[in-house]
Design a protein around this ligand. Structure first.
Ligand code: 6GU
Length: 237
């Protein structure tokens, strides 16, 4: 069956484009993915639909109530495999985590806003996830990143051409560069090897490019990239 994402947010409109447009929207219409975008305010349980209150002990901003989140999660017809709390204090989101999550059947994502959730929401979550070391105003953009990275790993969501590129990052290296027409643009030409039709030579050139680019741009990735002896020779050359 489809991988279901249940997205809990105070701003459903922020997430709808990612669930309805482009390849993810198409996958949803094909039944490969399923999305529920759920308004947390619907579970406020009070006349004014208020979901937050001032922080205990004082201070700026407002904090989202744990009882509201509890009721929202309980509204799911079945418990999800994971409840993921989006917070800059969470576990770093990586391709490896995306791969693990893509094997689940049902993921709930909790998007905070303002000063965040009451910390007791952590007890309702199976994990906390961050998309990087910077602070955003809310978790919706992080949820969109997770839906994009996880959704594309499900069979049938993207074509063969793109899944090869995904494998390239899963190898732990940055992608090799691609070229297309025109053959000459400004002073830059397409490398001869790509026009020569020698597929073994093209494959080796692409691997070398991926290695060189990773060394230049993201040397931190190399120790975990599973390099062959031939790769190591290339890097030392
Ligand atoms: Cl998941 N939420 C917010 N608000 N900021 C972030 C983040 C999440 N990940 C990185 N920065």
């Amino acid at each position: 069956g489809p991988l279901r994402f249940s997205l809990f947010t105070l701003f459903p409109e922020l997430l709808l484009p990612f669930t309805q447009e482009a390849l993810l929207g198409k996958a949803a219409r094909q039944g490969l993915l399923a999305f529920d975008v759920i308004q947390l305010r619907d579970f406020a349980g009070n006349r004014h639909h208020k979901v937050d209150s001032p922080p205990a002990g004082g201070g700026a901003g407002m904090v989202i109530r744990v009882d509201v989140v509890e009721r929202a999660l309980a509204s799911l017809p079945t418990p999800p495999d994971e409840v993921i709390l989006l917070t800059p204090a969470g576990q770093p989101f990586t391709q490896r985590l995306a791969e693990q999550l893509s094997e689940r059947q049902h993921l709930a994502l909790l998007c905070g806003r303002y000063e965040g959730f009451d910390t007791r929401v952590e007890r309702l979550a199976t994990r906390e996830v961050s998309i990087g070391d910077y602070v955003m105003m809310g978790g919706e953009a992080a949820a969109a990143c997770i839906v994009e990275a996880v959704g594309r790993l499900r069979p049938g969501v993207i074509g063969d051409a793109e899944s090869h590129r995904a494998d390239s990052f899963s190898s732990g290296l940055l992608d090799y560069p691609e070229y297309t027409r025109p053959p000459v643009w400004q002073d830059e030409t397409i490398p001869e090897v790509l026009l020569g039709g020698n597929h073994a030579a093209i494959e080796r050139w692409r691997r070398d490019q991926a290695l060189a680019r990773t060394l230049a741009r993201r040397p931190d990735l190399l120790p975990n990239a599973g390099l062959s002896p031939e790769d190591s020779r290339t890097l030392l050359a």
